[in-house]
Design a protein around this ligand. Structure first.
Ligand SMILES: N[C@@H](CCC(=O)N[C@@H](CS)C(=O)NCC(=O)O)C(=O)O
Length: 82
């Protein structure tokens, strides 16, 4: 199961759009862009850069995306577009 951590930003929206285009079910967890959430240990364990979006694949137990929508696009299309 994919889980996207995001906020209402264009970078997050690009990943949401890609997931929709690929027809991939995913959970979404809203993370406040401002405040301490991105600096907390729990979030830093997901993404040491402390930035959104983050896409986690629970089955693979790894963070798929933590840098840019283009990285996410490359990773997701490589895995799911066959
Ligand atoms: N290179 C990343 C940048 C991600 C990014 O800057 N995310 C913003 C939200 S759109 C963020 O998390 N900002 C919080 C911060 O910089 O503290 C991408 O293109 O997705």
């Amino acid at each position: 199961m994919l889980k996207l951590y995001g906020c209402g930003s264009p970078n997050v929206f690009k990943v949401q759009l890609l997931l929709a285009e690929l027809g991939l079910d995913h959970a979404f967890e809203a993370v406040p862009l401002y405040g301490d959430a991105l600096r907390g240990a729990e979030f830093r364990a997901l993404n040491p850069n402390g930035r959104l979006p983050v896409l986690v694949d629970a089955e693979r137990q790894q963070v798929e995306e933590e840098q840019s929508p283009s990285v996410a696009q490359a990773g997701l299309t490589a895995r799911f577009c066959r």
